[in-house]
Design a protein around this ligand. Structure first.
Ligand SMILES: [Zn+2]
Length: 77
């Protein structure tokens, strides 16, 4: 799937924002959303539960755009 197709697909899932935050960390510079390929605005990290078979491993992380961040964490994202 090319980048333009992913953009069109993403538009179907737009949710309204209830936050005025437009802060984007410098750590996102040059990174792209792992879902749609837009410029990343947030970095997500897995929380490793206490009973994970390998609790000392590094958590899984992913850069995402604001829209996909909100799809995961809700409209306050
Ligand atoms: Zn995205």
């Amino acid at each position: 799937m090319d980048k333009d197709s992913k953009k069109e697909q993403t538009k179907q899932y737009t949710i309204p924002s209830v936050s005025n935050s437009r802060f984007v960390s410098g750590t996102c510079k040059g990174e792209i959303c792992s879902v749609c390929g837009e410029n990343a605005t947030n970095k997500l990290g897995e929380e490793i539960p206490y009973d994970d078979p390998n609790p000392n491993r590094h958590n899984l992380t992913a850069y995402v755009c604001r829209e996909h961040f909100r799809m995961i964490v809700g409209r306050l994202g």
